[in-house]
Design a protein around this ligand. Structure first.
Ligand code: 6PG
Length: 267
């Protein structure tokens, strides 16, 4: 290549293996292009759902709200490669909910319903919204989890695949810094007050950290340059009380982070 070639001026994107990935607990998958990241996560979801249906006859999936995962949810519905998703055998749970009426645009589950439930053949009795806007929601959800998962063989009575996001204060699900949901070993779900470190400032209901850590596969999906610093702090050993997502340590499951290059500090 000559010195005056235009190719000299082209800024090549770093290859995936060249991206300096944060040293997080578990495995870290990085894709430069968000579309490739959604594809990788959707493929892993297909694989796990198929394995669980083969092994247990059903698949227990817990999804997150927030903005980040919605393009993935849409892709699961419209991309022909993901039509094999066994929705008829899937139980759909949610990791957290805001205490707002179901029709509110702040309701995590109503948005998931619009994108997934209304367009899949998932049986209604396998759809498990958190009715966070009425008293006792955490106890009710806990009972529903125990009753439904209790049909499975002992030791397998846990969620199969949990998709998580992360806020700028390090929260995941609705487990905020210093939350009792971090250490509540006897509870699967908890009602929690409105966060002071994140918006919208409404009380919430959330699965607890021990419940998340009991899952077979835990998949935090984190994208965007604004999340980079938090990931670096986790890699540097921040405590779960400071950054709750640092408390993810599946007991007998796999933790796999799905990051885009921007979240790893590469624009
Ligand atoms: C919620 C979520 C929450 C979310 C993070 C990240 O109810 O808001 O379940 O845990 O995943 O706040 O949100 P973004 O994807 O919008 O950054």
């Amino acid at each position: 290549m000559t010195g005056d070639s235009h190719e000299d001026e082209i800024q090549l994107e770093p290859l995936e293996h060249e991206i300096d990935r944060p040293q997080l607990p578990g495995r870290v998958l990085v894709r430069h292009d968000p579309e490739d990241l959604y594809d990788a996560l959707a493929s892993d979801l297909m694989l796990h759902s198929a394995n669980c249906v083969r092994q247990f006859g059903d698949f227990h999936l817990a999804l997150s709200g927030g903005r980040t995962p919605f393009p993935l949810y849409e892709r699961l519905m419209y991309d022909p490669r993901f039509r094999i998703m066994p929705w008829r055998r899937t139980h759909l749970w949610i990791v957290d909910e805001r205490c707002v009426p179901f029709e509110s645009e702040l309701s995590n589950f109503s948005r998931i319903k619009e994108v997934i439930v209304d367009h899949s053949d998932i049986p209604p009795e396998q759809v498990h919204p958190m009715l966070a806007n009425s008293p006792g929601s955490a106890e009710r959800y806990e009972r529903e989890l125990r009753d439904t998962l209790g049909w499975r063989p002992k030791g397998h009575d846990r969620l199969d695949f949990v998709l998580l996001g992360m806020g700028l204060d390090g929260h995941t699900a609705s487990i905020f810094p210093g939350s009792p949901a971090l250490h509540a070993t006897d509870r699967l779900a908890l009602d929690v007050p409105a966060p002071t470190t994140s918006s919208p400032a409404v009380p919430r209901c959330t699965l607890t950290m021990p419940m998340l850590n009991a899952a077979r596969f835990v998949a935090p999906l984190i994208m965007g340059a604004d999340k980079c610093d938090v990931l670096r702090r986790i890699a540097a050993g921040a405590s779960p009380d400071e950054l709750p997502i640092a408390g993810l340590r599946p007991v007998a499951g796999e933790l796999r982070w799905y990051l885009d290059a921007a979240a790893c500090g590469k624009a």
